[in-house]
Design a binder for this molecule. Structure first.
Ligand code: NOJ
Ligand code: CA
Length: 690
C-alpha cells in the first residue's frame, strides 16, 4: 500500500511546469530519513526539483557522504534518473544472530534497520525503481530493485548512475580498475581527490579521522562495480563491461548487489565489520560439516613458480609420482592435511597462458598415476588438492565442469584450486552457435561462471579456491564451499625477480581486500628467497604472522619440504596454527603501516596473535584482555631477532621464547623493518598438539 509521507506530499505539490524550469542545482527536499540501531549513523534521501533522487550519510551529525545521485543508464531506453517521485516507503528492523560453518567468527550478529523506497517516474513511462537501504551501527548499504512492469520487462544496463560523494577530503588506498593485470596491483595511497578509477574495496581515511570502505555485497548475475572519480571527492559506479553493449543485462524483477559503505573510527574498526556477510543470503548448501574442511596444505608449487620445475611435461615436470609422494610424506609427517598438485593434467605443454584449450581436467599426465597417488595419500591421512588452470578458456572449462568435479571427487579431492590466467578482458567465451567473445574477469558473464563452478563443485562435495577470481563479495555465506580466492597480489610475486611485494603490502591488504573475505595469499616462505637467489622483503617472523593476519580457511605452507627442514623452530608455528576461528579481534592498526590481530581457535581455548608492519621498525602495545580471566597461558613467541631487517641477511633473525601471561597483561610487540611477530597463547599452560 502506498503511504505518502509529509515530505512526499510536499514534492508532489510542486507544479509540473516548475519542474521543467527548475535550475540545474535545484533545491532538494528530504523525502526519507533513517538511522542505524544505535542512532549514530543517519541517512537522508532527497528529491531535487527535477525529481532526481539522492542519498546522504551522516555520523554523529557529521556529513560523510554528501548528496549522491542514484539511477541507471540503459542501452535501449531513456535513463531512469529524473522525474521521479516517492511512491511508497516501507520500514523494517532486524536483530538476529547466525553461525558460520567456518570463518573468523563463529557467531555473527545482524543488527540493522531498513528502509525501502519506491520511486516512480512522473512521465508517461511511469517506471518504478526501488532502493532499499540497510543501516548498521558500522555502515550503510543499499541496492536497487527494478520490478517487472509494463514499460520495463528487461533491463540492459549501460551504466549505474550511483554516486559516492565524500563530504570531506581524505586519504585513499586503492588499486586501478580495468588494467591488464586484473586484481594484481599494489595499493596506491593518494589524496581522495587524486584517485583515478579504482576497484573496490577502496578504503578512505577522511580528514576527521573516520574510516570508510566502499565495496559491494552479494555480486550475483550482475557485473562488478568499480569507482570512477568524477571530480573532487565525488565518485560514480563504473560497472565492468562485458562482450555485449550492456554492462549488465537482466529480466526485470531483480535486485542489484548491495553497495556498501563501511564506517568506523579507525582501521581496526573497519575489519570488525560484518556487513558484507550479513547482506548475503544464508547458506544454500545445508549441513556442510562433513565435507567442507578448513585446513592447511603444502604443494607441488613453489618450485614451479620459481621456474625450477615446470607445469608442462618434460625433464622439469613437477607433478611426478616421486615428487607428489614426497610431498604427501612431508604433509603427513607435519600434520598438514592436504597437498596441492599443479601441472598434473594434460594441456600445459604449449603456451597455456591465455589459452587453455588443450586442458583436460580428468586426464592425468603419464608420470602422474592418479589412482595410485590418491590411494597413497589416503593411506597417509592426506588428501590431494586438484588444480584446474583454464588459461582463460572458460567455455572450454564450462564444458568439462561436471566430469572434472566428478573426477576430482573420485580421487578424494576435497578442494580444487582454479585459475584464469589471461589478461583482463581476454577471457574466451564461445557460444553454442560457435561465435567467439572476449569477456572480463569481473563482468556479468564471468560472475555467473565463477558461481557455476562453485555450484558444480558443491554437487560433488568439493570446495573451491579461485585464483584470478572475481572479487569476494561475501558469497561464502551462501555457498560455504567457496572457501578462498586469490584476487590480489599474493606470495607468487615474491618468487619473481622483478615486482616483489613491498613490506607494507600485507598491512594494506588487511584493511582493503581482506574486508571482502578470505585470501589465498600462500604465506610461509621461510627461506625468504625466490628465483635466481632473489630475496623476499620480509623477516621470518613476519611469514609466521601472516597465518593469523591474512585469514583463509585453506592456507598454504608455500615453501618446499627441503626449505622447511632448515627452519624447524619457526616451522613449529606453521604446524600449530589453526585455520578456523571462533573469535577475532583487531588490537591495533593503520592502513598500510601495521596491524595486530588476535584470533581464538575454533573448538579450543588457545589464542593466536599475528602482527605485521611495513618498512619501518616500530613497537606497539597489545593488551591481552581477550584471554580468559583466571587462567594462565604460555605465550610461545616468535619475534624478530636482534638486528632483523628485510634489507639484510638478518631477515632470518628470529627469537623463539616462552612467557607466562594472563588476561590484562601488556605485551610490547616490536617489529623490525619488514618484520612481524606471531604468538601462540597455550591455555592452561599445558601445550596441546592437534
Ligand atoms: C597463477 C596462480 O596465482 C598460481 O598460484 C598458479 O600456480 C599459476 N597461475 C598457474 O596456474
Ligand atoms: Ca595469480
Amino acid at each position: 500500500m502506498t503511504r505518502l509521507t509529509a515530505p512526499t506530499l510536499r514534492i508532489l505539490a510542486i507544479p509540473l511546469f516548475a519542474l521543467s524550469l527548475a535550475p540545474i542545482a535545484a533545491r532538494a527536499d528530504v523525502v526519507a530519513k533513517a538511522a542505524s540501531p544505535d542512532g549514530r549513523i543517519t541517512l537522508t534521501v532527497s528529491l531535487d526539483g527535477e525529481g532526481r533522487p539522492s542519498y546522504a550519510v551522516q555520523r554523529d551529525g557529521q556529513p560523510l557522504i554528501a548528496d549522491s545521485r542514484l539511477g541507471f543508464m540503459l542501452t535501449d531506453a531513456p535513463k531512469i534518473e529524473r522525474n521521479l517521485t516517492l511512491a511508497d516507503t516501507k520500514r523494517d528492523r532486524r536483530d538476529t544472530n547466525w553461525t558460520q560453518p567456518w570463518g573468523e567468527w563463529s557467531t555473527i550478529r545482524d543488527n540493522h534497520s531498513e528502509i525501502r523506497l519506491a520511486f516512480r517516474e512522473k512521465t508517461d513511462l511511469q517506471r518504478e525503481m526501488d532502493v532499499t537501504f540497510r543501516l548498521f551501527d558500522d555502515g550503510v548499504a543499499f541496492r536497487y530493485t527494478l520490478p517487472d512492469q509494463p514499460n520495463l520487462h528487461h533491463a540492459n544496463i549501460a551504466e549505474e548512475l550511483t554516486q559516492f560523494a565524500f563530504a570531506q577530503p581524505g586519504t585513499a588506498w586503492w588499486k586501478p580498475a580495468f588494467e591488464w593485470n586484473r586484481e594484481e596491483y599494489l595499493y596506491d595511497k593518494t589524496p581522495l581527490d587524486a584517485v583515478g578509477t579504482a576497484q573496490t574495496v577502496m578504503t578512505v581515511k577522511l580528514a576527521s579521522g573516520t574510516h570508510v570502505a566502499l565495496h559491494e555485497a552479494a555480486l550475483v548475475d550482475y557485473s562488478a562495480m568499480n569507482l570512477a572519480r568524477v571530480q573532487g571527492n565525488m565518485f560514480r559506479a563504473a560497472l565492468t563491461p562485458g562482450a555485449g553493449t550492456a554492462k549488465a543485462s537482466r529480466d526485470a524483477g531483480f535486485s542489484t548487489p548491495w553497495r556498501t559503505i563501511a564506517i568506523a573510527d579507525d582501521a581496526a574498526g573497519l575489519y570488525m565489520n560484518h556487513m558484507i556477510l550479513n547482506l548475503n543470503e544464508p547458506n544454500k548448501l545445508g549441513d556442510v560439516s562433513g565435507w567442507i574442511k578448513p585446513g592447511k596444505f603444502v604443494g607441488v608449487w613453489w618450485n614451479m613458480i620459481k621456474g625450477e620445475w615446470s607445469w608442462a611435461r618434460g625433464p622439469k615436470h613437477g607433478a611426478t609420482n616421486a615428487n607428489v609422494r614426497r610431498y604427501i610424506d612431508f604433509a603427513a609427517a607435519s600434520g598438514i592435511p592436504a597437498v596441492l598438485v599443479e601441472g598434473w593434467n594434460v594441456g600445459w605443454d604449449g603456451n597455456w597462458f591465455g589459452n587453455g584449450n588443450a586442458m583436460n581436467f580428468s586426464q592425468p599426465t603419464e608420470d602422474f598415476d592418479a589412482d595410485a597417488l590418491a590411494a597413497y595419500a589416503r593411506s597417509k591421512g592426506v588428501t590431494l588438492i586438484g588444480h584446474h588452470e583454464t588459461g582463460g578458456s572458460v567455455s572450454h572449462y564450462d564444458a568439462q565442469l561436471d566430469s572434472a568435479f566428478k573426477w576430482a571427487a573420485d580421487h578424494g579431492e576435497q578442494v580444487v584450486k582454479t585459475g584464469y590466467v589471461t589478461d583482463a578482458g581476454q577471457i574466451e567465451r564461445v557460444d553454442a552457435d560457435g561465435t567467439h567473445h572476449r569477456e572480463w574477469h569481473e563482468g556479468q558473464w564471468m560472475v555467473n561462471h565463477y558461481l557455476r563452478v562453485v555450484q558444480a563443485a558443491a554437487k560433488y562435495k568439493v570446495s573451491i579456491d579461485s585464483h584470478e577470481p572475481v572479487k569476494d563479495t561475501g558469497l561464502r555465506r551462501t555457498y560455504p564451499n567457496w572457501v578462498s580466492r586469490e584476487g590480489g597480489r599474493g606470495m607468487e610475486y615474491n618468487a619473481w625477480v622483478g615486482g616483489k611485494n613491498p613490506p607494507e603490502h600485507e598491512a594494506n591488504l588487511a584493511f582493503t581486500q581482506m574486508l571482502g573475505g578470505p585470501m589465498d595469499f600462500t604465506p610461509g616462505v621461510l627461506s625468504l628467497s625466490g628465483s635466481e637467489g632473489s630475496t623476499i622483503q620480509s623477516t621470518i617472523a613476519k611469514q609466521l604472522a601472516l597465518y593469523v593476519v591474512l585469514y583463509s580457511p585453506v592456507v598454504m605452507a608455500a615453501d618446499t619440504p627441503e626449505n622447511y627442514a632448515k627452519y624447524p623452530g619457526p616451522f613449529q608455528f606453521i604446524k600449530d596454527v589453526p585455520t578456523d576461528w571462533s573469535d577475532t579481534r583487531v588490537l591495533n592498526g593503520e592502513v598500510g603501516d601495521y596491524v595486530t590481530i588476535a584470533r581464538k581457535e575454533k573448538g579450543g581455548d588457545d589464542w593466536y596473535l599475528g602482527a605485521v608492519g611495513d618498512e619501518e621498525a616500530r613497537a606497539s602495545q597489545a593488551t591481552l584482555d581477550f584471554l580468559d580471566a583466571g587462567r594462565s597461558y604460555v605465550a610461545e613467541i616468535y619475534r624478530d631477532g636482534p638486528g632483523a631487517d628485510y634489507r639484510t641477511d638478518a631477515r632470518h633473525a628470529i627469537v623463539i621464547e616462552k612467557k607466562t601471561v594472563r588476561k590484562g597483561d601488556r605485551l610490547t610487540i616490536a617489529l623490525a623493518p619488514g618484520g612481524g611477530q606471531a604468538i601462540r597463547f597455550v591455555a592452561g599452560g599445558k601445550p596441546r598438539r592437534r
